[in-house]
Design a protein around this ligand. Structure first.
Ligand code: UD1
Ligand code: CA
Length: 461
């Protein structure tokens, strides 16, 4: 196989200017997400790792959102070219050719809607021998929607689009994956000859395959695994592709990462999520937004963590968390809601029906039940008993509650912020605390109980 270095004279063209009508969406198809990344991001990642000399992406006019995604994923590595109107894949390639650098003599074409693509399969295609170039094909159970490949031995005679296929051709189960490597000058001549005399009135890139065969420079048909080249034309296929991507990532975590996944079918882990060894992921768990989980953690069941960090040995049961940090050995849930800016220290607890937001909690502190703690600074060794509320909002501004080390907040305390409870101080159950409590003091802020002896009998007579 030719060495890596030989790819400097290869240019890759990624087609991302189509309308994506079958998605019925106001968002361009290539920006829809599967397993946490856009379709375009998946494709660009696979192509970039090939180290080709030039990477061109074809976009529609006014596609600022697509340009922004290209910029975020690959930055200035990419030459972006506009296709003025979506007149077909052949027309898209015509538009790209003018932007190719000198010294490029082979051109790889990749659709923007094939997120299962791997660098390996593209490398096989790029490195395929033959002056006429090559196209990737796959054998599939249901070829509908794809172009069918008419073969002559190891070469392709032509590709027939689904919309143009005769009944006999429609039965062919070898499909065109839409990925090709061309000799630059043959491609240039081939796309210049295209005519839109077909069912969709488009310039089909696939017609270059027949043209080259007729000119005596046929393209080799290279068979790939169907699960790697599947295209995404509608939202059913998006769901199917996402399931494959998630399963691939779970397999990687289980085989290479030493992670136990009890039930992969009900575990939704995006591909940019990392999980440490000997962590156990229980069913009905969703991990996304680049969440990072440490080693020996137990996560789930029924947990959804977005953009969180969970340190080693923590337990997170039936919890929703967003942009939160859960410290080593911490115990969260069941039924906790950790909102943005929550930072639980090591060996802390946030238990049942606890909601937190924008709070730093020091080591060993416990908020075991039914509390809301927001806009607060909680020291270490603090005990927040049942039903405590930080009264942080006055209708206009948010205010901070500070609980110093070792403080003990009695059940049903309302902490009217801004307020500070000093180190080791207590608040009595049912107190509404409006003033700071000095260290070591007890604050009681409620009316005394009154007993009326014999009241019930007196009322009945
Ligand atoms: C295409 C192939 C088909 C193949 C299938 C594989 C053609 C004519 N057909 O069909 O043989 O089996 O891919 O998945 O090539 N695009 C543009 N500009 C356009 C039209 C499309 O940039 O004017 C882009 C789209 O954004 C998409 C890619 O090209 O990323 C493929 O276009 P699509 O309409 O999805 O082609 P298919 O019908 O899937
Ligand atoms: Ca497609």
């Amino acid at each position: 196989m030719p060495s890596h270095a030989t790819r400097t004279h290869v240019a890759a063209i990624v087609l991302a200017a189509g309308r994506g009508t079958r998605f019925r969406s106001s968002v361009p198809k290539v920006l829809h997400r599967a397993a946490g990344r856009t379709l375009l991001h998946h494709v660009l990642s696979a192509v970039r790792a090939l180290d080709v000399g030039q990477l061109v992406v074809i976009v529609a006019p006014d596609a600022d959102d697509v340009r922004a995604e290209i910029d975020a994923v690959a930055g200035d590595e990419v030459t972006v070219v506009e296709q003025p109107s979506p007149r077909g894949t052949g027309h898209a390639v015509q538009c790209a050719l003018a932007a190719l650098a000198e010294g490029v003599d082979r051109v790889l074409v990749v659709p923007g809607d094939t997120p299962l693509l791997t660098t390996d399969v593209l490398a096989r295609l790029v490195d395929a021998d033959g002056a006429g170039g090559a196209l990737l094909t796959a054998h599939v159970d249901d070829p509908s929607g794809y172009g069918r490949v008419v073969r002559d031995g190891s070469f392709a005679v032509r590709v027939v689009e689904d919309a143009d296929a005769s009944d006999d051709e429609a039965l062919i189960e070898e499909i065109n994956a839409g990925m090709y490597v061309f000799d630059r000058s043959r491609l240039q001549a081939g796309v210049a000859d295209l005519a839109g005399d077909n069912a969709q009135g488009e310039l089909y890139l696939t017609d270059v395959v027949a043209g080259q065969h007729a000119d005596g420079a046929p393209m080799a048909a290279v068979v790939a695994d169907a699960a790697v080249v599947a295209g995404v034309n509608d939202r059913r296929q998006l769901a199917d592709a996402a399931a494959v991507l998630r399963r691939r990532h779970l397999d990687h975590l289980m085989l290479d990462g030493g992670v136990t996944v009890i039930d992969p079918a009900t575990t939704y882990v995006d591909i940019d999520v990392e999980i440490g060894a000997d962590t156990v992921v229980l069913p009905n768990t969703i991990l996304d937004g680049g969440t990072r989980i440490g080693a020996r953690v137990t996560i789930g069941p029924n947990s959804h963590l977005t953009a969180c960090q969970v340190d080693d040995d923590a337990t997170v049961h039936s919890t929703r968390a967003e942009s939160a940090v859960i410290g080593a050995g911490a115990n969260v849930g069941p039924f906790a809601h950790l909102r943005r800016g929550t930072r639980l220290g090591p060996d802390t607890k946030a238990g049942a029906y606890v909601e937190t937001k924008n709070v730093v909690v020091g080591a060993g502190s416990k908020i075991p039940h039914l509390s809301y703690v927001g806009d607060a600074v909680v020291g270490s060794g603090v005990n927040v008993a049942c039903g405590v509320v930080t009264v942080n909002y006055d209708g206009q501004d948010k205010h901070v509650t500070t609980l110093e080390d070792g403080a003990f907040i009695g059940c049903d305390t309302m902490l009217v912020a801004p307020v500070t409870i000093g180190a080791n101080a207590y608040t009595a159950a049912g107190s509404v605390i409006t003033d700071d409590v000095p260290p070591g003091a007890l604050a009681i802020a409620r009316s005394r109980q009154t007993i009326k002896e014999g009241w019930v009998d007196a009322r009945r007579t």
